[in-house]
Design a protein around this ligand. Sequence first.
Ligand SMILES: [Zn+2]
Length: 99
Amino acid sequence: MSPHSTEPIVKYGFPWWLRPFLMRGVAGITLGRRIYVVDDATLRHELVHFRQIQRLGLFTFYWTWIREYVANRRRGMNSSEAYRKISLEEEAFGEERSL
Ligand SMILES: [Zn+2]
């Protein structure tokens, strides 16, 4: 393994093939090591997810994300509230606002 294998590859803007899949208002996405963002605040947010994925593994990351989202929806939160209250997102939004 290369010593740099766990470093993210950051790209500003989205590749053309990803655009049809992005919902309106999405400012960043992390796909494995590749991070696509529109600005630096979003980069800080996505770097938190990158580290979470390193820490938890991809499966546990997505499993936790979906499990908490569904639990929040069952508690009566709307979609965007349920998303922001996911513990992984709270950590990422906290970092996005820092500086
Ligand atoms: Zn996020």
